[in-house]
Design a protein around this ligand. Structure first.
Ligand SMILES: NC(=O)c1ccc[n+]([C@@H]2O[C@H](COP(=O)([O-])OP(=O)(O)OC[C@H]3O[C@@H](n4cnc5c(N)ncnc54)[C@H](O)[C@@H]3O)[C@@H](O)[C@H]2O)c1
Ligand SMILES: O=C(O)C1=N[C@H](C(=O)O)CCC1
Length: 270
């Protein structure tokens, strides 16, 4: 019998980290090979199962990525930008597939991740759900079909602990709309208006972020013209959705040529 690919989960105490552990433990195609948290976190050195309030799993939470990645075929990483950039280099050294869900990455962070992708498989997406990835395709098509008489606005809502805005998903949708229009997103992006902003600039793509309660993730792309509006909306009601997408990516990446991929590749939507 062949061994199942082993996965290390980073940021294991986090909202996504714990969801990923549950999905891996329930999977018959992947096994848990390690659990990482940041140095100084009170889970480090303790049994993961007990930390999560259940029975012991025999997996100690570690703060040593180098040692953990050496035993893994995949690293699933939903943490924070600085951690993800460091993990990209270490996962590439270990030739482990690095699945990146972390959002809020800067252009400089993305360039470093791109460099790591020369040596190993990286799958990165601001949203790992089938629905949102399909929505990016639809958004690109609708934006390509309409001219600038149609104003594009992207509205997103998330829980009150989210630290970055616009969300990674909103940026994916904005990129898709800009691509459909044949423009660079950076040149037309208008984020969170406030004060005497003047009239809306033709061709801009607007972004608006709502933060509150326990909202898992909601995204709306609005195409507004004189007398009519098209609104395309995705609602995520369970974080398990993102975790299952990440597991799919970890499996899909096994044996692929080094490079940077996204969920459209994984889902066969490219
Ligand atoms: N792509 C997607 O589908 C998707 C879905 C949900 C969340 N996210 C993104 O995932 C990230 C995490 O979200 P969350 O809600 O789980 O946040 P969270 O704050 O609950 O968890 C992040 C975890 O990472 C840990 N961490 C930070 N630095 C670390 C380091 N150096 N080493 C190890 N662990 C470290 C933190 O201690 C924390 O436990 C965010 O960027 C979020 O936007 C993406
Ligand atoms: O909870 C979060 O944080 C989420 N982040 C992703 C984003 O930034 O789009 C995906 C949805 C949930």
């Amino acid at each position: 019998m062949t061994e199942l690919p082993g996965v290390v989960v980073t940021g294991v105490s986090g909202r996504m980290g714990q969801m990923l552990v549950r999905e891996i433990l329930a999977s018959d195609r992947l096994k848990l090979a390690g659990a990482l948290e940041r140095s100084g976190h009170d889970w480090v050195g303790r049994d993961l199962g007990e930390c999560m309030g259940g029975a012991a799993l025999g997996v100690l939470v570690s703060d040593d990525p180098l040692e953990a990645f050496a035993r893994a075929q995949a690293v699933i990483d939903f943490t924070a930008p600085a951690a993800t950039v460091a993990f990209a280099e270490l996962a590439a050294q270990a030739r482990a597939v690095h699945v990146i869900g972390t959002t809020g990455l800067s252009a400089d962070d993305l360039a470093k991740i791109h460099t790591a992708g020369r040596h190993a498989v990286i799958v990165r997406a601001g949203n790992m759900s089938l629905g949102v990835n399909l929505l990016t395709k639809v958004t690109r098509q609708v934006a390509a079909a309409l001219d600038e008489d149609w104003d594009i606005e992207i509205v997103e809502a998330h829980h009150n602990k989210k630290v970055d805005a616009p969300s990674g998903t909103a940026l994916m949708l904005g990129e898709a709309a800009a691509e459909g229009r044949g423009v660079e997103l950076d040149a037309v992006s208008d984020r969170g208006r406030d004060g005497i902003t003047g009239a809306r600039k033709r061709g801009d793509i607007g972004f608006h972020a709502i933060r509150g309660g326990d909202v898992v993730g909601e995204h709306e792309v609005i195409f507004a013209s004189a007398g009519e509006r098209i609104v395309i909306k995705h609602i995520a009601s369970d974080r398990a959705l993102f975790a299952r997408g990440a597991l799919k990516a970890a499996l899909w990446g096994q044996g692929k040529a080094p490079g940077e991929y996204d969920m459209l590749d994984v889902l066969g939507l490219n």
